[in-house]
Design a protein around this ligand. Sequence first.
Ligand code: HEC
Length: 168
Amino acid sequence: MKRFLKFIVAISLTASTLFAASSEASFPADWKSFSKMNTPLASIGALPGCDADVSSLPAIYQETVAMYCAVKPGGPGAVAILANDVASFKARSGTYKDGTFYILHLKDLKVLFVTEWKGNKPLYGIWTEDGQDAANVVGSGLNPADCRACHTGYAAFCLNGQCATVTK
Ligand code: HEC
């Protein structure tokens, strides 16, 4: 019996390691004090629903809308772009100090898409505003692997994890 229990525990531990999703970027507890950045998406102000005509936007923006437009009727809604290092966001140098955090704030959904740099490598995280890990399975759009696929897949657009360029 004891052996059997051990076996069950081993199986469920394996299952949770295989299927659990978690954020790579840590939760920036001080996110409310970050600065708002002006970017193309911030000036649009919201991620629209699936029936919006986004054909005039660059392909990466079209793909972003396609990936997230169905999360709720009318789309994800209001967004803001936040940074804890304004100079670095504006410079877009491709080199980021440890502890640099950028956020795509999905205001209506109360979710933070977080990029944090460590060792000059971008890490991705999905957090609720109050710090619960909201990462989900690969392919859901809410897994660090999904973030990375887009943020590094558009090499001409995103530089070492940073996609937006400030508009002013
Ligand atoms: C299909 C493409 C795509 C996916 C998937 C995607 N992003 Fe982005 N992301 C973008 C684009 C394009 C921008 C620039 C928007 C703008 O104009 O501000 C952006 C902006 C950001 C920003 C603001 C800083 C920057 O890089 O410009 C953060 C932070 C961010 N994304 C994090 C994430 C996280 C975390 C995920 C995964 C949960 C994710 N993104 C998934 C395309 C994507």
